[in-house]
Design a binder for this molecule. Structure first.
Ligand SMILES: *[C@@H]1O[C@H](CO)[C@@H](O)[C@H](O)[C@H]1NC(C)=O
Ligand SMILES: *[C@@H]1O[C@H](CO)[C@@H](O)[C@H](O)[C@H]1NC(C)=O
Length: 159
């Protein structure tokens, strides 16, 4: 009997400790400040209608990622065709960054590469590589997640 009460008490304390960070996130969510869709940051791309050689700038604001404890080790920016890729539309790397821990803003400015572009639905994808805790204490591993922004690129190759 006593063992059961003790066990329940321990469980209750553990539950409270685990619930605290979640409540913190929930409060932010309820305020509408950082909806879940913003957990990899808010990405702004300009301009969004381009051709090869044009200069583009992307800015990732990591304020909301921080609220979700997503701290990127790498941030990679790609031109990609996520839907109905014809097999000849590989991801094109625009920038590979290793931001300082705690960085709030990450940005790149580059030229749209002189690649073969089809009449397809292109995005600029932002891929964050970040650490999460493993199931055994003291272990962690890396996962990826990201956001994207549509970009219209003048075709250079006919389908
Ligand atoms: C980043 O986003 C936050 C939350 O939306 C905003 O308050 C802040 O001004 C932004 N920072 C910059 C430099 O744009
Ligand atoms: C490009 O693709 C769109 C959507 O599939 C289509 O409506 C349009 O006619 C195509 N343009 C050319 C030049 O092939």
């Amino acid at each position: 009997m006593q063992f059961t009460v003790g066990a329940l008490f321990t469980l209750a304390v553990a539950g409270a400790a685990l619930a605290a960070p979640a409540e913190h996130v929930d409060a932010k969510r309820q305020s509408g400040f950082c909806p879940e869709a913003s957990r990899f940051g808010n990405f702004n791309l300009t301009p969004t209608q381009v051709k090869s050689g044009d200069t583009i700038t992307g800015t990732l604001n990591l304020t909301c990622a921080q609220q979700y404890n997503i701290v990127p080790k790498y941030i990679d920016y790609y031109i990609e065709v996520p839907q109905n890729n014809n097999g000849y539309e590989p991801n094109i790397l625009l920038a590979h960054h290793e931001p300082a821990a705690g960085a709030i803003i990450d940005s790149f400015t580059t030229q749209v590469p002189y690649a073969g572009y089809f009449n397809a639905s292109y995005d600029v994808a932002v891929q964050l590589t970040y650490a999460v805790d493993g199931s055994q204490e003291g272990t962690s591993y890396y996962v990826t997640g990201g956001v994207y922004a549509p970009i219209s690129i003048t075709p250079t190759v006919t389908n």
